[in-house]
Design a binder for this molecule. Structure first.
Ligand SMILES: [Zn+2]
Ligand SMILES: [Zn+2]
Length: 126
């Protein structure tokens, strides 16, 4: 299991996660409905050119919404088409883009160059 940390302040950004496969591919939107998450909770997938790490939307408790509201545009959720819209809740650096709109995927994409992967501490050994 791994935990991804902020590359600047080392705060954990994700829960414990393991590599996995997407539950489903992109689907054409059906009305104003947010699709089910791309990844199962607790799993992540590296994208095709290793620039992004795709997570379940609930697997990034160490992030906060971007302070610039122009990054938070969307119809039913966050479109994520205007640049990163999640920041590290510890130091405020941009670390991820969340897509949760009716015409996008439902996922969080961590920016690989902004985060560091660490091994999750084993329970009871802290
Ligand atoms: Zn909508
Ligand atoms: Zn940070």
């Amino acid at each position: 299991m791994s935990v991804f940390h902020c590359g600047i302040c080392q705060q954990p950004l994700t829960g414990e996660v393991a590599p996995g496969q997407p539950l489903r591919g992109p689907e054409p939107p059906v009305g104003h409905e947010v699709v089910s998450p791309r990844m199962a909770q607790g799993t992540f997938k590296v994208n095709f050119n290793a620039s992004l790490l795709i997570f379940h939307p609930d697997d990034v408790p160490g992030t906060a919404l971007h302070p610039d509201s122009r990054r938070l545009s969307g119809c039913c959720g966050l479109a994520g088409q205007d640049g990163p819209n999640l920041v590290c809740s510890g130091c405020g650096v941009e670390v991820a883009t969340k897509e949760s709109d009716c015409w996008t995927g439902n996922l969080v994409a961590l920016i690989a160059s902004a985060v560091a992967e660490g091994v999750a501490p084993r329970p009871g050994l802290q």
